[in-house]
Design a protein around this ligand. Structure first.
Ligand code: ADP
Length: 369
């Protein structure tokens, strides 16, 4: 007798998600099991379309079913695995949030300016969207917004509907930035309460619609805006961008500590400008490749990957054409895809391990309202 549906479920209950360390049945990832003589169809719902473990899950399922067939002394069916994806929300009771249609808010921070925080934010947003997620990008760098340039928004008019800002729909994502609402040549000087108000308005008065991930590009350093963000929205975690040099690591360490102090989990550290790829394809180690990765290891945080210094990345950022980063040089596109997968995977891990709880902040002198 060929394997039954129960046999297949039993086999699937012995396959673990490699990141989540629980089996596919317990994780409720098995959405369909059909068996018909010598053919089986299995529907698996991944926890993110950017799942880095898809191929491993596929081969583990095939192996588990083959092993089950061997132990029963029957021929293994032909297996078709159909993958779908649904980003999960926090497993426990969802903390109250002013943005209920947004599943995950991810802050991107850095110890100091110029390390590529906005570059990482933009490419993370666009890369996750390319993989099939609904993504928003909030330019929270209200002192020096780079997103209008990096997304090529210059010629597009800002739109307001009633009391709400309409985000720009570009490159597969929805984006909003203060840079399109103020005179681009004026210095943006915000007192603490104004910074709080401006950020709050951008975050809450934008018509985001349903989003899997909202990426927030924060100002560099440890100022008012991260504090406002942590008070305003339940964060799924923070991504810290760091260049490899020792001096950059010291600043990044402070940024990590700030988020931890705010009760925000740090998803990991990205090493930007890790090495330089010349036109000849040779990799040059300019800044001490591996420095940020070593910092992540010391702080017991995941390393979220290494992005090389690449002329195309700078050119596409200046030209406002981020999608081109994913279709050009393999060294660049692979590093960005890898970054997206690692971040998505850390979000899934935090979500399904029940780590996501909204911090309760009590900050002396914090602005309310
Ligand atoms: P931050 O947001 O940390 O101030 P940006 O993302 O604005 O930094 O990056 C600063 C400049 O460096 C931009 O011109 C950007 O295009 C460039 N840049 C950032 N990362 C890279 C990289 N990996 N390769 C090439 N240029 C980069």
């Amino acid at each position: 007798m060929p394997l039954t549906k129960e046999d297949l479920m039993d086999a699937l209950s012995r396959v673990n998600d490699p990141d989540l360390h629980k089996d596919l049945v317990t994780l409720k990832m098995v959405k369909d099991v059909r068996v018909d003589a010598d053919a089986a169809v299995i529907g698996i719902e991944l926890t993110t379309p950017a799942c880095p473990m898809k191929d491993k899950i596929r081969s583990d399922i095939e192996e588990a079913i083959a092993s089950s067939a061997r132990s029963k002394g029957v021929a293994a069916p032909r297996i078709t695995i159909e993958f779908t994806a649904r980003v999960r929300e926090s497993a426990g009771a969802r903390p109250t949030t002013p943005l209920p249609s947004v599943k995950h808010v991810i802050a991107v921070g850095a110890g100091k300016g110029g390390v590529g925080k906005s570059t990482v934010s933009v490419n993370l947003a666009v890369g996750l969207a390319r993989m099939g997620a609904s993504v928003g990008l909030l330019d929270g760098d209200i002192y020096g917004p780079s997103i209008p340039t990096m997304l090529g928004l210059d010629a597009l008019p800002a739109a307001i509907k009633g009391e709400m800002l309409v985000p720009f729909s570009v490159h597969g994502i929805k984006a909003i930035t203060i840079g399109k609402l103020v005179d681009p040549d004026k210095a943006l000087i915000w007192r603490g309460p104004m910074a709080h108000g401006a950020f709050k308005q951008l975050a809450l008065q934008t018509e985001w619609g349903a989003l899997d991930y909202l990426i927030v590009d924060l100002p560099p350093g440890t100022g008012d805006v991260p504090l406002t963000l942590a008070q305003l929205l339940p964060l799924s975690g923070a991504v810290i961008v760091c260049t490899p040099q020792r001096v950059a690591q010291d600043d990044a360490r402070r940024a990590v500590r700030m988020f931890q102090q705010l009760g925000v989990g740090v998803l990991g550290i990205v090493e930007n400008m890790s090495y330089f790829v010349g036109n000849d394809g040779v990799e040059y180690d300019l800044f001490g490749r591996g420095g940020a990765e070593a910092l992540a290891a010391t702080m017991e945080l995941p390393s979220l990957g290494a992005v090389p210094i690449h002329m195309e990345l700078r050119r596409n950022s200046d030209a406002g054409t981020p999608l081109a980063n994913f279709t050009g040089t393999a060294a660049l596109s692979q590093s960005l895809d890898d970054l997206c997968r690692r971040v998505a995977s850390q979000i899934s891990i935090a979500t399904l391990s029940g780590q996501l709880v909204q911090p309760t902040l009590s900050v002396i002198g914090a602005q309310k309202g």
